[in-house]
Ligand binder design. Sequence first.
Ligand SMILES: [Zn+2]
Length: 384
Amino acid sequence: MSGPPRLIGSEIYRRSSYGGRHPLAIPRVSLMLDLVRALGWLPDAAYIEAPMATAAELARFHDLAYIAAVQRAEVDRRVDPAVSERYHIGRNGNPIYPEVFSRPATACGATLAVVELLLSGSDAPAVVHSPAGGTHHGRRDRAAGFCYFNDPVLGILRLLDRGVARVLYVDLDAHYGDGVEDAFRDESRVLTISIHERARWPYTGTIADQGPTWRNLPVPPGFNDSELRFLIEEAALPLGKTFAPEVVVIQSGADALADDPMSKLALSNRALWWAVERLRALAPRTLVLGGGGYNPWAVARCWTGIWATVAGIEIPERLPEPAERLLRAVEWRHSLARMPAERWFTALADPPNEGPVRDEVAAVAAAALGTVKAPVRELEQRRA
Ligand SMILES: [Zn+2]
């Protein structure tokens, strides 16, 4: 038996912004929460307001001096050049803003809180959704790619610390899930699979980089729904079945969608919903995280649809009036917002984007499967 799905968020996202023209200076978690509520899809009992992770909790993965530097940056609203250079705070897309510690620490607190829920016994939920999570680029001792701390790593470490034997991490973000993969390269209890756009920042995670505990599936521009389905069915699911995880962690960044300005991938949100549904079936417990996503309408609709998917809610063809009104009121200073698609206001689902499965994508699946058999057998033997 398991309890109903739970969604964790925080009001911090409503009053905090990365500021200026940063790609994350858009409503994401707050808009998603408003949208699920406008649709009547979030009973009070299903929602949790996230606590902020403590420095001690962050220190399970992060360097103490780095944590202190981020805390200091929030208080001072500035850092010395040497600190900036050492920890990449206030540079490389990681700005100093008023909640520069509190906001990422809350994303970590959210993920840790729902991990505890997942492990809370016989009436634990089978699936929990932490859309503010998925900060997969954060490094032990520096910020990277808009991520200050790494909540997927902290969440997986908590699962392992609580005795979970095997965790599968699948990263669907347009960018390579480098911080998570690197953190667990030497950890046989964790298998990481990252599907991401090739030749995009951080430029690593190539097709040649496959290992016993990690798989990289770099995909070409124009990556379509049929191709995602192919990679999930031909690579992620077989790898996952062999690994037999007790918990699946899914990073569901929304920047691989066709409507996102930061990648050249072309998925519809339906494809991501389908992927979440299929990956969930690999384990009795699932943690769904957020991730990238830089078009506010696309992000909020995608993640609202993910919540509907995991909560078993049927998605209507057309959004009811309160939801439409909410979406029409969103402002976004971006060239794409000058001619918004009508469906950004009136529908949750994108039209499907089916297409041919290109040879390059088939080669990616083959490469990811190539080295798995021996190492996984090795894992099985070690278990036996
Ligand atoms: Zn991304």
